[in-house]
Design a protein around this ligand. Sequence first.
Ligand code: CO
Length: 479
Amino acid sequence: MTATQQPAYRLSDWAEGYTTLAKEYDYAIDEIEGCIPAELQGTLFRNGPGRFDRGGISYKHPFDGDGMICAIRFENGKAHFRNRFVRSEGFVEEEKADRILKKNVFATLRPGGFLNNIFDFSFKNVANTNVMYWAGKLLALWEPAPPHGLDPRTLETIGIDDLDGLLKGGLPFSAHPRRESETGDWLTFGVRSGFQTDLSLYRLKPDGKILVEGKHTIPGFAFLHDFAFSENYWIFVQNPMALDPLPFVFGFKAAGECLRLAEGQPTRIILIGRHDGKVRTIETDPFFVFHHVNAFEEAGKLMIDSVRYPRYITTQEDRDFRETDFSQLDPGQLWRTEIDLQTSRVETKQLLSRTCEFPQINPGVMGKPHRFVYLGATDRAEGNAPLQAIVKFDMSNRESVVRSFAPQGFVSEPVFVPHPNRTEEDAGWVLTMVYDASRRRTDVEILDGQTLQRCARLSLKHHVPHGLHGSFVSEVFAS
Ligand code: CO
């Protein structure tokens, strides 16, 4: 790359992807290029903010946007699209009033300055981070609070689901569950943090039963967005962060704006024994993580693959998020953390320098050695920028297959769907939604899991805002 090289994208094209989609649709997708594989049967559920403004006032952070679920149903070579907002209490009230009434976690306060926010610990549950299907329930996940239950066929909101009282009183429930392939159980957690951190570990059985696998208190503040598991451990990475509670309590700032990097503090890797519940904390050089790829044990070592940042990514003060200066932001990159389980010695190595996020693997290798990682990534191999490409990274030879949608396409998380009749780790499809700024519309891309060649491009009739996480289930929900 030369110094004079133009960026691969226009910032205004990327920012347009944060336009509110107010309308709710329900239609058979008829603009299809290529062929939908006949073996691809099931439903892709995706969650992400769908509304970014209210009553003419823009939310300050995209993560404050109201959760909107998309369901793309694949059946016999055909596809169907539906989207619905989660009817959270806050959404319904604000929809009626057509103005911002609630305080948000990330950065949006109620209008009216600090007197209108002082001592207000209530948050709007925006239900916008992930969506999981478990034991007949479709759950819209948002980590500070219990999930919202939805009808998997119509996406209609049933209401807050406290999981048979487990989350009574509004207990938190992570947006990053991981499935154990042998049992079909979901492992997940809830975390509430202040000057210390309370962590609950849950196992969700396919028959709807829930087991509490442990409750732990960890010293200090912890922002635990994701976790990983291996054969013997629950794995959490405690980023070196601290909470400045005063501006939040007094109403000057939203909670997300009061987080800061704790200078000189290490990153702590917290291992909780899956069989004995013993907690072991291992300190290493500071870094920041939202998402892990996977973890596994091999020859007395624990491997944890993650997308790492050199420090906590904060909102750029006094700048609209649509004007984000990517060149000033630290990139997320793929790293391996290797822990010798005998000596607790930690070794870290960068696997890929290209900026990336939203790591995914074949769900069948969760907690076991994986060879292939799928990522949303930048078009260029160097420098920070919006995610415009899907990368398939091969751990065995460190080679990447890149499929870019630059200059005007912007990708979302790649979801890997295993082929039902094949056993190779990369046999299957990668599903991603790509916002095409040239047409101001979004396409659902079905890529071959081995080559990233396009199997089919399904053009939606409208745009879908840049989303967060989703999941594929093999059920086809007829409405
Ligand atoms: Co996440």
